[in-house]
Structures are given as structure tokens and as C-alpha cells.
Design a protein around this ligand. Sequence first.
Ligand code: NAD
Length: 354
Amino acid sequence: MNYKIAVIPGDGIGPDIVEQAKLVLTEVGNKYGHSFEYKEVLAGGVAIDKVGEPLPEETIKVCKESDSVLLGAVGGPKWDNLAGDERPEKALLGLRSALELFANIRPATMFNQLRDACPLKDEIIGEGGLDLVVVRELTGGIYFGERGREGEEAYDTMKYSVSEIKRIAKVAFDIAMKRNKKVTSIDKSNILENSRLWRSVVEEVAKDYPEVEVNHLYVDNGAMQLVINPKQFDVILTGNMFGDILSDEASMITGSIGMLPSASLGSSKLGMYEPIHGSAPDIAGMDKANPIATVLSVAMMLRYSFDLEKEAKAIEKAVEQVLEEGYRTGDIMSKGMKLVGTKEMGKLIVEKLN
Ligand code: NAD
């Protein structure tokens, strides 16, 4: 089958890492009989420089006509003094809303080979590393509610509707069905009314997934459980602000920002896939960036947008083998390992696919 992919290299290390992810994807295509057609479009600082705005209409159009979107990263010091609406990062919010992507999926996987980078004690991690996924609602809650200032006061409103909760809960349960069949919903229902609604809707959705075990935690406890007993989690389901904080916390316990992929999904199969890190301007164009987060984002694309599980696993396995053989980019380097650059890391992963 032929898949159309809109590619947004973006700024900083974006073009370096996206190039490697494309090579990996193309190799998967050769091996398993799929073809991937890439269409490169502008967004971020590079779009400001070339056409005067961070998210050109043409980019939105191409993304909407594609089966999926692959994004590097946007932003950098060159554009830091622009006003909020004109900044490169505006492209991310614009794309999420134009493509109606309401679910952010962030796996926090700790590869056994990188165990040293994990700040938690060995007895907490135990055997087999860490493997959980945070499913965060992305287009509702307090970040989108009414806000304002009145004299000496300021307010932000946290609001969720039944339909918003239902659709994100379904995403979490569907993902749990493909994993270890456990959903932990995190809210603050001892205090917040919208959290009480959240909890009851999650319970309703759970009835459609009798195989999935569901439990609920208050967010303060959830944040604590992530560092004292992270292995209890399979899929964490949570709202926009709690998810913002918890997904960063979950990433940090795996130890390396250059390793973690993400997906933003909507109600269709079209998703946007990107590493969680930024454009790392300090190492842009120097062949130093770790391409693994972007390569693993492409694996997520195969899994969630194209239902190609076997192909997704092949990429994850190839990454694991390269790490097993001791190859490391600078950000994950440790004593006795073999230091490689961005291109070499990409090449090694491609080789392992065979
Ligand atoms: P960053 O993630 O770009 O970099 C933080 C540190 O991690 C840097 O030292 C960087 O060199 C390192 N790093 C990040 N990714 C790496 C990789 N793949 N391999 C090796 N090292 C890596 O965060 P920042 O410095 O806060 O932000 C830089 C720019 O990126 C800013 O303009 C910011 O707004 C933007 N940003 C964009 C996104 C996005 O596009 N989704 C996300 C976060 C930040």
C-alpha cells in the first residue's frame, strides 16, 4: 500500500533527525512491501524566514491531504524575540487545532541498555525496564477555558464536556487493548467538579472494555506513584494540564530526552508524530543529535495511523539491537560505549532492519 506523509523538518536539529527517520521508514517499506510518499512542507522559524508566517496555509492543506504528518521540531533563539502569535511554536498549536488532534500519546519506555540514565533506584525499576504510556487530552481543560483579569484578580476556567472526556477515554482504552490492558485515570475529583464528571465518564467508557482493568488516582498521588512505583502503570489517562506535567515527569524517569517519541491523534487515522524534545539549536547541523526519538515516532505512526504493528515492532527491535551493541549518540553516551553521530546512528538502525 502507498502512504502519503507530510514531512515538516522545522528548525535546529529538525532536518537532521527527520532525514534519518525517513531513511528508516523507507527501508521498512522496502522490506515489507509498502511505499511511503513524502511531501516536505514549511512550519516554524524556517517558514517565518521564507514566507513570513510560522504556519502557512499550504502546510495545513498538505497535512490534511496526507495520511500522516512527521514533524522534527520548531523554534530557536533567532525567533525568540517575536510576539507570541508570530513565534515558531505557534505552528504546533495551529497544526493540532487544524487537524483536530485531541489526544497526545507519550510512551515512556526505558531501554534496559540505558538503565544508567534513569534517576530512580534499581530496586524501583526492577527487571525489564519501564514501559508506560501517557494519554493526555490536548484541546480542552484549563488551557482552553475562559480566562481573564478583573482588577487585582485573574482567573482560568477548567471545563470538560462528556463528549470530550469520552473520546479521549476511548483512545486510552483502545491503546490499553494493544498493550497490557490496564488504564489508570488521573484526576482531582476530591476537589474539582469537572474531575468528578471525568471519573464518571471514564467509568462509563470502561464498560465497553471489560477486558481492561481500570483504576483512578488523584493527581498528587499519581505524581508520587510515578517515582515510587512506576511499574504499576500501563496506560495513564489524564486531562490537559495534569497530562502536561505527568508526561514530562514520566519522560524524565526514563533518563533521556533524545529517546522519546510522541503522537497526536484525532478521531480519524491522520496523526502527527514527533520527538518530545525541541530543536536543540546548540547542536543543530553538527551531526550530534540523537535521531532515535524521531525514528521511534515513525514506529508509532506505523502502529497508530497505519495499523502496521509488525513493522512498528521491527523498528523498535532494531533500535534496541543498536543500543545492545553499544552504539550511542553524545546525549546517551557512557563509559565503554561507541560514540556515533546522527547519520551513523540512522544507518545502523537501517542495517539492523535487515
Ligand atoms: P531542547 O529539547 O531543544 O534541548 C534541551 C537540551 O537537550 C539541549 O541541551 C539539547 O542539545 C538536548 N537535546 C534535545 N534533543 C536532543 C537530541 N535529539 N539529541 C541530543 N540532544 C538533544 O529544549 P530547549 O533548549 O528548551 O528548546 C530549544 C528550542 O526548541 C526552543 O526554541 C523551544 O521553544 C523549542 N521547542 C520545540 C518543541 C517542538 O517543536 N515540539 C518542543 C520543545 C521545545
